[in-house]
Design a protein around this ligand. Structure first.
Ligand code: ADP
Ligand code: ADP
Ligand code: ZN
Length: 217
């Protein structure tokens, strides 16, 4: 099963992807996570990407496409992939189509998580993650069970993303509206797009997502 999760920053793509990954033995391919790894490693790509990410803009299509194409093959041995944060532009969606055809991979579900702008701001301003295992948390909506200790790995180190500040968030939302929202009709026209209401408890949203992925293949 191969799934795309679409939706604005803070919609809950990463949170839902992690749950799907575990339950269905899939591989989450998050272009945002890959880029942050490149930044951390100080690679050439990371150096280029950092400035763009901090400005809340999109990294050039050719760099993203090369990066994801490499990682698609990592899904071997698993039941498929969850694309989280990719594609984000029309050229990326077209490149993905070509890639899937070439690798003979079938796309089963394109899920758009819908969420209002005021909710996005609240979600991103409280987002943090485990520095060791990457588990995602929220100050208010998903705190760790024991304060300061990761539920999953016991680490006591956490990170907040430098692009989750109000000014950068405004730019990321603008980039979403301008460059990413236009790909929704592309998938709608193919008949593969399904919408999920992203408002509600994490488990409630997951039930909605599961209903879709359990509905076919
Ligand atoms: P995205 O990957 O779409 O940017 P995340 O999955 O990182 O979004 O979620 C953004 C923040 O909101 C995180 O701090 C996460 O814990 C929290 N969150 C995710 N889903 C929900 C939900 N249904 N209700 C409340 N908070 C949520
Ligand atoms: P979120 O879903 O919370 O907005 P991501 O982690 O997906 O955040 O992305 C963080 C940043 O990484 C984006 O603002 C953008 O600069 C860059 N990025 C991630 N994925 C892509 C992509 N597919 N195309 C271009 N830029 C990307
Ligand atoms: Zn952890």
């Amino acid at each position: 099963m191969n799934v795309i999760l679409l939706g604005p920053p803070g919609a809950g793509k990463g949170t839902q992807a992690k749950q799907l990954e575990e339950e269905f033995n899939l591989v989450q391919l998050s272009t945002g996570d890959m880029l942050r790894e490149e930044v951390k490693a100080g690679s050439e790509l990371g150096q280029t990407a950092k400035k763009i990410m901090d400005a809340g803009e999109l990294v050039p299509d050719d760099l993203i496409i090369a990066m994801i194409s490499d990682r698609m093959d990592q899904a071997e041995g698993k039941n498929g992939v969850i694309l989280d944060g990719f594609p984000r532009t029309t050229p990326q969606a077209e490149a993905l189509d070509a890639m899937l055809t070439e690798k003979n991979i079938q796309l089963d579900h394109v899920i758009q998580i819908e969420i209002a702008e005021e909710i996005i701001v609240a979600r991103l301003s409280g987002r943090f993650g485990c520095a060791k295992c990457g588990a995602g948390y929220h100050d208010e909506f998903k705190p760790t069970q024991i304060e300061g200790v990761c539920d999953d790995c016991g680490s006591t180190e956490f990170i907040r993303r430098s692009d989750d500040n109000p000014e950068t968030v405004r730019n990321r939302l603008a980039a979403y509206e301008k460059q990413t929202a236009p790909i929704l009709p592309y998938y709608a026209a193919k008949g593969t797009l399904q919408k999920v209401d992203g408002l509600g408890e994490i488990d409630e949203v997951y039930r909605r997502v599961k209903e879709i992925v359990s509905g076919g293949s």
